[in-house]
Design a binder for this molecule. Structure first.
Ligand code: PRP
Length: 170
């Protein structure tokens, strides 16, 4: 495995992202952070601890439908949110945006729940893999099309706990 982004580099970028986010919302407004499990949990944990505005959190777990419908990006909710999004500033927190299908679908579903605003924060973006145009307001790093693990990202459920992001070489 080759280290692509070490822990210090990731932490430094997350702190910049936290500042960017805080500067974008009116002072005193609460931000509701929605983490997409499983991969998003490490990024979520560091991002919220870098923020000093008032935040609340919720978690959603999704999985893709079978290969037949995967290209639609439609996802099955394995765990839905616990609380309403109505009239809240919501940020979806993801580890990676690849084709963009999952995020596009999620944004549509969450938008229908009437948040005051809806944005996305993704630690990694594989721009060259995008199949649909989906807004991602906060991106940590744009990376090449390589298989990456660590910092929440897995290969067969392994490596999520690595403090850095590595390229898994075949
Ligand atoms: C990853 C990632 C996004 C999705 C991105 O989740 O967390 O949810 O894939 O891919 P897309 O842009 O092509 O739709 P994964 O299915 O690996 O689940 P996990 O987070 O539980 O590991």
């Amino acid at each position: 495995m080759k280290v692509l982004l070490d822990g210090d580099t990731i932490q430094a970028r997350i702190s910049e992202l936290a500042n960017e986010i805080e500067a974008d919302y009116p002072p005193g407004e609460e931000i509701h952070m929605v983490c997409v499990l499983k991969g998003g949990f490490v990024f979520m944990s560091d991002l919220v601890r870098s923020m000093s505005v008032r935040v609340t959190m919720d978690f959603i777990a999704v999985s893709s439908y079978g290969s037949g419908t995967k290209s639609s990006g439609e996802v099955r909710f394995q765990k839905d949110l616990d609380s309403s999004l109505e009239n809240r500033h919501v940020i979806i927190v993801e580890d990676i945006v690849d084709t963009g299908l999952t995020l596009k679908y999620l944004r549509e579903i969450l938008r229908s729940r009437a948040p005051k605003s809806l944005r996305s924060a993704c630690l990694l973006s594989k721009r060259s893999r995008r199949k649909v145009d989906v807004p991602v307001e906060y991106i940590g790093f744009t990376i090449e099309d390589e298989f990456v693990v660590g910092y929440g990202l897995d290969y067969a459920e392994k490596y999520r706990n690595l403090p850095h992001i590595s390229v898994l070489q075949g």
